[in-house]
Design a protein around this ligand. Structure first.
Ligand code: SAM
Length: 214
């Protein structure tokens, strides 16, 4: 429990994230010349012309630097929750948005990371829903619109990273929500979490073979 009480994130002189877990963290940081991983106003300004979009950032648990100046963090909600172990979960996006209708121009970002809710069957007030949100009955339409929006705001040949924990909905069902095909991916365990890598095709007729086959 106390291991994480003093947990702090810093950026070292090479720009790499460093986590300290003891009350000596600040002293170590001063000694080694690390800076707190909190965005300065100029970083914030830089972020608004960001190269990376995370439209479902939640509590940014997967980010090493939760205020990376290259990224714009979006989510549909701004909320704070106390989890069952007493930790606080802060969902504080830069921009409140809906991934089904992103408030950005076409071809804005080099990289988009899409980690939508993956649970259809989850209690409204459960900690799982607080952390990950939940899929609505309209999830197929929602994820279809989400994929289309992610590809729309990507630059030509931009990269989409899609994360899918295969808990209740099979990966194949969710990949059926986009005509795009992933290049490669990685599957982890506990739960079975898939990371899929897509590249936006720059040619206007890249789905034509699919259309002729149909
Ligand atoms: C699986 S969680 C993301 C976890 C996050 N990647 C992290 O590292 O902590 C999915 C998030 O999508 C958000 N979300 C659900 N529907 C959305 C929508 N239509 N537009 C934007 N965000 C949405 C939820 O609020 C939730 O925070």
């Amino acid at each position: 429990m106390s291991t994480f009480k003093n947990r702090k994130l810093w950026i070292d002189s090479r720009g790499m994230p460093v986590i300290t877990t003891t009350s000596n963290g600040a002293r170590n940081a001063e000694h080694w010349g690390w800076t707190p991983a909190i965005a300065t106003p100029s970083e914030m300004a830089g972020r608004m012309t960001g190269k990376v979009l995370d439209p479902t950032c939640g509590a940014r648990m997967m980010w090493f630097n939760k205020t990376d100046p290259r990224a714009i963090y979006g989510d549909q909600r701004t909320e704070t929750h106390t989890l069952c172990d007493g930790r606080t979960l802060n969902i504080t996006p830069d921009v409140e948005l809906d991934f089904r209708e992103l408030p950005f121009a076409d071809e804005t970002f080099r990289l988009v990371v899409f980690d939508p809710p993956h649970l259809t069957n989850v209690g409204h007030s459960s900690w799982l829903a607080a952390k990950y949100g939940r899929l609505l009955p309209s999830w197929q339409d929602d994820i279809t619109a989400g994929f289309a929006e992610c590809f729309r705001v990507l630059k030509p040949e931009g990269i989409l990273i899609f994360k899918w924990p295969e808990v209740q909905v099979p990966l194949g069902d969710v990949l059926a929500c986009t005509p795009e095909k992933p290049l490669f991916g990685h599957t982890g365990t506990n739960p079975t979490t898939h990371w899929m890598t897509f590249m936006k095709d720059a040619s206007p007729d890249h789905h034509s073979d699919k259309e002729t086959d149909a």
